[in-house]
Write a protein that binds this ligand. Sequence first.
Ligand code: GAP
Length: 460
Amino acid sequence: MAADHRMEKIVSLCKRRGFIFPGSEIYGGLAGTFDYGPLGVALKKNIENAWWRMFVDARDDMYGLDSAILMHPRVWEASGHVGGFHDPLVSDEKTGKRYRADHLLEEAGIDPSGMSLAQMGEALQSGGVKSPEGNALSAPQQFNMMFKTSVGSVEGGDMAVYLRPETAQGMFVNFKNLVDTYHPKLPFGMAQIGRAFRNEIAPRDFIFRVRELEIMEFEYFIREGQWEEQFDYWRKQMQAWFASLGFAPDDIREVEIPDGERAHYSKRTIDFHYRYPHKFDELGGLAYRTDFDLKNHIAQSGTDLAYLDPVTNEKVVPHVLEPTFGLGRHLLAVLVAAYTEDELGGELRTLLKFPSHLAPVKAAVFPLLKNKPELVAKAREVYLELKKEIPQVVWDDNGNIGKRYRRQDEIGTPLCITIDFDTLGEKPELKDSVTVRDRDTGAQKRFSVSDAIARVREGI
Ligand code: GAP
């Protein structure tokens, strides 16, 4: 299947089945925004919960946080975002439409890595690169990606603030609060999952590049001398995380970001790229942020953020490792990894082979026939028993059984449980047993109701 068609098919399935809708659709949409429907929310929560379980709940050295999206504007001066959170912008000289100079160069087969703004301008000219409409382009200029707004209710007294472009700064400005209340021992981390906003010049590739995104990340505070050993440790933890999502090793690439191309705060960065249909592209990253952020916040705020070692009484400004993970990009990678077309019983079908712990619906329960009250009553009984223990199960009695299977396959439900006449005792030896059908193989087996519930539970 052609890669570009795969993305189109995923976009269409997401809309058709209620995973993801274009933002503000009835008004013609708003570029770079998407709304998550019932199945999209459930899938997103399952990814978030798995992440939180592995990196926060399962550890003794990680502290959760949920900080405000609006922060004092000086935070973004200290972090370097006011001065340096830029993308190279060019405009179509006729239509005024804006594009990313590096994207246009890539599309023209010219590698923009490491190029200064002026070099990009020269490369666009010498390569004869035009806008997608075929018009001349302006010279590239830096475009700050932060969204600006204002707070205050007094006329003329508003204060300009930014919607946060990353969640990391919430951790740095709360570093002292955490140390004062929890007295953690170095090394330790602060983690959060939350929204961030970036005025992307060219949002594209479905939910891959959006203007309102969610990031799962943590700042891990260490002593400077530990950074190489800790970098290696977190690199392996990140590899383990990607494996736990069912990503094939061949679909993940690690990319060392060279000098001159890293974010302004980083001394070393490895990006993890996933094999998306459009190309291998960034899913997450691991950065060594040194003491850049804490030092700058000390200088700008005048607050002492040094850590007092309780044993040696020595004061140090901790250094920081930052594993970061784009939540929407994870969701897209999970969809791409799961999207499958095959043939079952001579019929073509589409299915999402989600790992069970990520599947938005864990099981579906059906009465074989809708118009037999005794079947429906027994099926409701099984359904309610299962739902009490595992809430992410659904009831379906629409259409024939084949259609119900196709529907559940398409949303990635791992197991379907059918209540038939044998459940009611038509064959006495099968009384109270149900059929359990496996999504990936289509194989059906009979189990007692309690064993069927145990099978659903096993997958979670
Ligand atoms: N605190 C570090 C930080 O924010 P980043 O690489 O700029 O690092 C973190 O962003 C992650 O957020 C990226 O690895 C990527 O997965 C995701 N991301 C970045 N920009 C995005 C966008 N416009 N749309 C969707 N996800 C994005």
